[in-house]
Structure formats: C-alpha cells, structure tokens
Write a protein that binds this ligand. Structure first.
Ligand code: KIV
Ligand code: ZN
Length: 515
C-alpha cells in the first residue's frame, strides 16, 4: 500500500502573487471549484490579512468548498492569525498556514528580530491558530537559506505548540535537488518530535529547479508538496502541480507514495487558469503545453502509430486532453448553457449577468456553430470581468486598413450614459484602436503586454486578448474575447481601464511590510 502524497495548491495565493495575475473573487471561486473537482487535498485560498478583497475571497471559498481543505495564510502575528481564523469560519475543514522568516538575512534585515524573538512569534502564532482549527501549518520562510540547527530548534518548538504540517520553503529558489532532498531527510532525522507531523515542501523556480527539488524532497520523506497550476507564482513561479503529479504517477516504480489527484482534470484546470490570468501556456510546457503530445518527426509518428509507448510515457487522455468537447450549438437553450457552465464551476450571480452572457453566447453560436468548453470559459471570464467593472463600455468600433494606407480606428465609448468618440491612426488596426481608446479614457497608463490567443482551433475561433496596463507601479490586467481580434483587443483594453478606474488592484502579501 503506497503512502499518500498530499497536494497543496497555492495558485490562488502564491500564484496570484505573479505580477499581473490578480484575480477577482468570482474567478477565484471558479478556480477553487476546479481544484476541488481535481481532488486537490488543500486549497490555499488567499492571505486574508492582505486586503479586504483577499479576506472576502477566502471567506467565500471557505463557505463553498466541501471536499478539499481550505487554507488561509497568516504572518506570525495576532492580527493576521485572527483574520485567517475569521475568514475560514464557514469551512468544515480549514487550515491556518502561518509563517515567519528564519534565515539570517531575513531575520536581521527584514524582521530586525533576534532568533529568540522569531521563535516566540512562531510559537505564539501556532498556539493562537489552534484556537480556530486543529489543522495548523507552519513555514520557516527562506528555510532553504536558514541555519540547520536553528531550523531544528524552531520546528521542534512549533510542533510542541500544535503545528501538524511543517512546510520547508525554498523561498528564493536557491537550492539544488540533491542538497534539498538531503535537508529534508536530515530535518526528519534530527528533530525529536518529527514523527508527529507531515513534512511539506514549497519550492520556487528561480533556477528552474522547483519541480526537481520538490521531487527530491518527496524521495527523502516529504509527504506534502505545495504547487500551482501551470507553475504560476512569485517571480519565476512555484513548482507546477501537473508536473509533480504526473512525475509521481508515471514513476511509481521509484516513488513509494502517490497522490489522489484526478489527472483527467489537469488540462481543464490549466486552461482555466491561463484563461483567467491571461498568462498563456508555452507550447512545449510539460503535460499541458499544446505540443506536449504532438509528434513532428516522421520516425516518431510512425513509432507512436505502431505502439504509443515507443515515444509517449503518459497518455494524453489521462491528463485531460480531448476533454474540450463540442458541447453546445446555436440551437442550445438557456438551460443547457447554464448547466454546462455549472459543470465548469461557474455560477451567475444575477439574472442580468446570465442574460448578458447568454445573449453573447447566441451571437457567437450564430457565426461559429460549434461551441467548445474553452469558448464558454472565455465567454464567462469576460462576463465576470465586465460585471464588476462597467464604468466604460465599448459601444462602437470601426477600423479601416488597406495595403499602402495608414490604418485608422474610430471608437465610441459610453461613459456615465454619455457617448464619447475618437478617431486615430496607428501602426496597424490594434494600435490605432488603442490610441483612440486612450484618447477618450486618458488612463495615462503604459501598455506592458498585449497577447492574442486563439481559444480553439480553426479560423472561425474566438480571439482571446490579454492586455496589461501599468500605472503608478500597479498592474491592471484586461481580457477580451470576440470572433474579431480587433474588437477583442478593444474590449481587453477597456476592461483593464475599468479596473484602473475602480482601483481594483489587489495588495499582494510581499508588499505588506512587517512580519
Ligand atoms: O515562498 C515562500 O516562502 C512562501 C511562504 C509564505 C510559504 O510563499
Ligand atoms: Zn512562495
């Protein structure tokens, strides 16, 4: 009988710390539902003390998710732990994850605390957290650069105070696989009460080693891995869930543990997260990249046709490729539309929102005929975004481009019941459109990213556009989808501009000072 490897997903917390990946509450709920469907053991839903928005998202997810543990992050101080406990109140199985830095550089320069003070805060935070839940996790932040004896000391103390999961983060992605695995093994051997807890790891990908380090730790005895969908996360990201899960599943000859993940939900989860954050998945990304199961060389194709195992170590179906089935068409009714979206984890918050989405669905179905899950995901991502930010609305767009002429674009935007128009020329239809929108809205922001993705295959596919605007150091992401990519681009820009207007940017944990 294999041991259980606990999968702790932090897409909604560490993943959201990726610059530009902030999500609305409704988007976080959709991702949480998909994670639950995938049978993720623990969902880190956010950092309740970071902002009222984070608090509210954790609170909402805690009330909705039944089959996974819902976790909230808290620095080792009474206010944070109290807020996490409060936010998780509605959950039947909640976890508080509290952390404090233990490396010499963090204690001296960031916390300005002695090591004794750090231990005191850690023990107090774990003790307080146990008043809210029996499930408490402690992380010595920057453990990968902490002194071994001090790590052993603080971990022994927090276990005595009631922590039941000890998470070892390589916060800055500095460790190497052999060394990190040996750190986990040495900690388990040296800490006298280590048998009372599960050891976990949380690796960042600064040197591209997050997955390798996590797997090495699992071989050394770690029984929880913290990871994110598509490897999203702070800086270069976290260990990617899909790679960890499939490495352990594929190499059962080497691992004496396995996860309980329903792997067929991996590709849908990857698409959902990419769709919501606007971060495309690179084609050659392991497991979930578009080319992960595509064979180009004739010799490979020939081999795979004769026996799949000649060049494939996993099957595409096992990780959910092919799940993007054609689901609806132009004759589908409102009921089928709402039901399918429910299956995809999306519920409308009002009849108006549902009617608006259904109207847009009918419009797309009229010209596209076959509507896939990805079309629906893209449609509701935009609906969800628009419902919260509708100060500016695109009313009309006309572009003109012709060989040998300078493209131009005329936009009409509704602002406070008034229509304002502008016409501009530019280096292409999209450039001209953005100039015209900027002329009307005056966001005074800088365009940092513009990306276009085709939602499904075929020339009749919807174009999905992501726009990232930067203003005063804050990042605002906008998404737009349409069969016409210039219209999708205009929608994406206006969506980001609406976020600037309503100041919806989330405060990220690393920007909150103090412990
Ligand atoms: O990277 C890190 O150290 C973290 C902790 C909060 C676990 O994200
Ligand atoms: Zn992290």
């Amino acid at each position: 009988m294999k041991e259980k490897l606990v999968i702790f997903d932090t897409t909604l917390r560490d993943g959201e710390q990726s610059p530009g990946a902030s999500m609305t509450q409704e988007e976080k709920i959709r991702i949480a539902r998909q994670l639950e469907k995938m049978k993720v053991d623990v969902i880190e839903a956010g950092f309740p003390a970071a902002s009222p928005g984070d608090f509210s998202s954790v609170n909402a997810i805690a009330g909705l998710i039944k089959d996974s543990i819902v976790c909230g992050l808290a620095r080792a101080n009474p206010d944070d732990v109290g807020k996490a406990g409060e936010a998780l109140k509605k959950s039947d199985s909640s976890r508080i994850h509290t952390f404090i830095a233990t490396s010499p550089i963090h204690m001296k320069s960031k916390l300005r605390m002695s090591s004794d003070q750090v231990v005191e805060h850690a023990v107090a935070a774990v003790t307080q957290a146990r008043q809210y839940t029996d499930d408490v996790e402690f992380s010595p932040e920057d453990a990968g650069r902490s002194e071994f004896d001090f790590l052993c000391h603080i971990i022994e103390k927090v276990i005595n105070a009631g922590a039941n999961t000890i998470n070892i983060p390589d916060t800055v992605g500095y460790n190497l696989p052999g060394q990190f695995g040996s750190l986990i093994q040495r900690l388990i051997e040296a800490i006298p009460n280590s048998d009372k807890v599960i050891f976990s790891v949380h690796c960042h990908n600064d040197l591209g080693l997050a997955v390798a380090n996590s797997l090495s730790a699992v071989m050394a005895g770690a029984r929880q891995v913290e990871c994110t969908i598509n490897g999203l996360g702070e800086r270069a990201g976290n260990a990617s869930l899909e790679e960890i899960v499939m490495a352990v599943r594929t190499r059962q000859d080497e691992f004496n543990c396995d996860t309980g993940i329903d792997t067929t939900q991996i590709v849908p989860a990857s698409r959902l997260v990419s769709n919501i954050t606007g971060f495309p998945v690179q084609p050659n990304k392991a497991v979930v990249g578009a080319n992960a199961f595509a064979h180009e060389a004739g010799i490979h194709q020939d081999g795979v046709i004769k026996a799949r195992e000649t060049y494939e170590i996993m099957s595409a179906e096992d990780v959910g490729w092919g799940s993007n089935r054609m689901v609806l068409g132009k004759h589908s009714g409102r009921h089928a539309f709402v039901d399918r979206l429910k299956d995809l984890g999306f519920e409308f918050s009002s009849d108006d929102e549902m009617n608006d989405a259904f109207r847009r669905f009918k419009k797309i179905a009229d010209s596209k005929h076959e509507i896939f899950d990805d079309d629906l995901q893209a449609l509701v991502t935009e609906t969800g975004n628009r419902a919260e930010n509708d100060h500016f609305t695109l009313k009309h767009l006309k572009t003109s481009s012709e060989t040998g002429t300078i493209p131009s674009s005329r936009v009409v935007i509704e602002i406070d019941d008034k229509e304002v128009a502008s016409e501009q020329s530019g280096n292409g239809a999209v450039d001209a459109t953005f100039k015209a929108i900027e002329d009307v809205l005056s966001t005074k922001s800088t365009l940092q990213l513009f990306s276009v993705n085709s939602v499904t295959g075929g020339t009749d596919a919807q174009g999905e556009v992501s726009v990232r605007l930067e203003k005063n150091g804050e990042i605002y992401n906008g998404h737009g989808t349409d069969l016409d990519i210039v219209i999708a681009s205009a929608r994406a820009y206006i969506n980001a501009a609406n976020k600037i207007y309503s100041q919806e940017a989330r405060i990220h944990p690393q920007r909150v000072s103090g412990i």
